[in-house]
Design a protein. Structure first.
Lengths: 327, 338
């Protein structure tokens, strides 16, 4: 199987879908001549020309809304945010227009659009450039929220997103674009709402996604294995729809759950998972559900404060030991 | 501050050589909108219409003249004062009234209400209730027209208040930069709710905002003159079709009712005298006079038009009252498309 970076995987997904469907186009800041702020759209301008690979001014509300209007009348736009932090300037468009259009119009107009770009913390970018916003977007009925953690999923899920007839919030990780992984040969897609068991285990279930899954949870699981603790690690891949059955079945087996996410604790995605598991697996739980999140503060610039705020391997190990009553 | 229009007769007395049947159709349409809105006011007063309800009385010439200048293939989008424009775009008034009363036969099955009328068949893109939020969408519809190489255009209506929000400015810049076939039409009724234009905008001549984006613009000082509106919008539409270039048009108009049905007709922000002065320039009256002067219609025509419209309104009420509420299963439909 070919080995490609997440950046290349995303590029292939857009390239293949644009070749397949004339209605698909890419629009965003620096996506064309500059080849993308993170080079995800490298080479696409040369291949598809300025009609379909479109540089925008810095006007997120304006170009997001143009994408929504174009989608309402039959096109299938991909709108790139240089980072998801900048989507907050387009929040009105994504929420009031993209998410609610189908319902508000009584089924008259659906909005097949993909909003994509990197989210979460990188290195020392401070509060406004480091936010994990998946819980906010997952809150709104009408949106789907996708967060791949590897090259195979990045490509397969982005192709599904582009073919979806609804607005899709597709959050990549700024820190993972260069990370490589195997992808299947040729054409494939990955459905929404189907998670993956990354590693089977028997003692504790960990649910995690995107960068925190690969950079923190996977390593913590390795360390815990050395202590003789067997963790089942689940990547839901899509936050909305969420693969509840996969999580419930795992918890029914391990009887313990730790959720590890980059976002803040209050009303985070993990809070929802915790509630659903409490409701559906109450009799199976041997300990209260634990969560590892970012501290409930705006993320500071200084490196030591930044790493202190974000989830880390030690925090995950502590949470797992807690649900096993080992501390 | 001088918000009162000059008392003038329509400037386009020669009727521009437009076919009589089209002129009379516009008159009927304006009368239908007027009587429809009066019925809405009555039903709102009876507690049958919920939420916010923004009426179009006084602005009818803009709907008839502007939409008279486009074809059914062209798109129309507007804000929440949308009944009149929807009617002119061909949306069934029975379904509009049913929507206002929250019925399943309404334009959006009772999900959108007064502020969110939509009709895919009629290329009516809404009905939007966040001021300025729909302007990028209308711009996007025009983007799609150009992307597909079509000669369609989008008329994007807004109130004066929308010209101060960011989405207006981002849209105008992008439409001019990318040469998109969109015609922005400001229905300047002098007040964003209770705030007069001079208290909200650093420039009172709102069409001049186009200059910042190197965009063509025009102002229609007499928004009661349906022919002048038609003529100006038609020129902008023709230009958009031939060159893909946008325009910003400002139409000076006046709403007879309060901002919405929950607001008084006059009060702290405008006087009774101002409202009464404006009503003397009623768009229906000036158009009727022009038609009479040109011997295209006599008193009998206007009497028969009243009777025809009255029966349409009665039909709307009957249709609405005999329509069911949406079944509870509708709560979970239209959230995601297949």
């Amino acid at each position: 199987m070919p080995v490609v970076s997440i950046r290349e995987a995303l590029n292939q997904a857009m390239d293949e879908e644009m070749a397949r469907d004339e209605r698909v186009f890419l629009m965003g800041e620096e996506v064309a001549q500059y080849n993308g702020a993170y080079k995800v759209s490298q080479g696409l301008l040369t291949k598809y020309g300025p009609k379909r690979i479109i540089d925008t001014p810095i006007a997120e509300a304006g170009f997001s809304g143009i994408g929504i209007g174009a989608a309402m009348v039959g096109l299938r736009p991909i709108v790139e945010f240089m980072t998801w932090n900048f989507s907050l300037v387009a929040f009105d468009q994504i929420v009031n227009n993209a998410a609610q259009m189908l319902s508000m119009s009584g089924g008259n107009f659906n909005v097949p659009i993909v909003f994509r770009g990197p989210g979460g913390a990188a290195h020392s970018l401070a509060a406004t450039h480091s936010q994990a916003l998946e819980s906010i977007y997952a809150h709104f009925p009408g949106l789907k929220v996708v967060m791949p953690s590897n090259s195979r999923d990045a490509k397969g899920l982005l192709k599904t997103a582009i073919r979806d007839n609804n607005p899709v919030v597709f959050i990549e990780s700024e820190m993972m674009y260069g990370e490589k992984g195997e992808i299947p040969e040729g054409e494939y897609t990955i459905p929404f709402g189907v998670g993956e068991v990354i590693k089977e285990g028997t003692d504790v279930t960990i649910v995690s996604w995107s960068r925190i899954l690969q950079h923190i949870a996977v390593k913590a699981v390795g360390r815990l294995a050395e202590e003789g603790i067997s963790v089942e690690l689940i990547d839901p891949r899509t936050i909305k729809p969420m693969d509840w059955e996969l999580i419930f079945n795992s918890v029914k087996k391990t009887n313990r759950l730790v959720i590890v996410e980059e976002g803040w604790p209050f009303a985070g995605v993990g809070a929802q998972i915790s509630h659903e598991v409490s409701n559906h697996c109450f009799d199976y739980l041997d300990a209260p559900v634990e969560r590892v999140t970012q501290e409930d503060v705006p993320l500071p610039y200084a490196h030591n404060l930044e790493i202190a705020s974000l989830p880390n391997i030690q925090k995950v190990i502590r949470a797992v030991r807690k649900v096993m009553y080992l501390d | 501050m001088n918000n009162i229009l000059p008392l003038t007769k329509p400037v386009t007395k020669n009727l521009l050589g437009i076919a009589p049947e089209i002129l009379l159709k516009w008159y009927d349409e304006m009368l239908l909108i007027r009587r429809f809105e009066e019925k809405c006011a009555q039903l709102y007063g009876m507690g049958k219409i919920g939420g916010f309800c923004h009426l179009y009385n006084g602005q009818e010439a803009i709907a008839a003249g502007s939409i008279g200048a486009i074809t059914p293939d062209d798109y129309v989008i507007t804000a929440y004062r949308d009944h009149g424009l929807a009617i002119s775009k061909g949306v069934d008034p029975r379904r509009i009234l049913a929507e206002l009363l929250g019925k399943h036969t309404g334009t959006t099955k009772g999900k959108g209400g007064s502020m969110h009328l939509f009709d895919r068949e009629k290329n009516f893109l809404g009905g939007h209730a966040i001021v300025g939020g729909h302007i990028p969408i209308g711009t996007g519809a025009a983007f799609a027209c150009k992307y597909r190489g079509e000669k369609r255009v989008c008329l994007c209506f807004m109130g004066d208040g929308a010209t101060n929000i960011g989405e207006f400015h981002e849209s105008l810049n992008l439409a001019a930069l990318w040469k998109l076939p969109v015609i922005y039409i400001i229905e300047n009724n002098k007040y964003g709710m209770g705030t007069s234009v001079d208290r909200a905008s650093s420039i009172e001549a709102l069409h001049k905002k186009a200059a910042a984006y190197n965009m063509r613009s025009a102002v229609i000082m007499d928004g009661n003159d349906v022919l002048k509106i038609y003529q100006t919008v038609k020129a902008a539409v023709d230009h958009a079709r031939s060159s893909y270039e946008p325009s910003l048009l400002e139409v000076q108009t006046f709403r007879y009712r309060g901002h919405s049905m929950s607001d008084p007709i006059h009060g702290h922000y405008r006087t009774k005298e101002e409202v009464e002065t404006q009503k003397k320039l009623d768009p229906l009256t000036v158009f009727a006079e022009a038609l009479k002067d040109a011997h295209l219609a006599a008193d009998e025509y206007f009497e028969s038009a009243e009777a025809r419209i009255k029966s349409i309104i009665e039909e709307c009420v009957q249709f609405t009252e005999s329509s069911p509420e949406p079944p509870l299963e509708e709560l979970y439909t239209d959230v995601y498309a297949e």
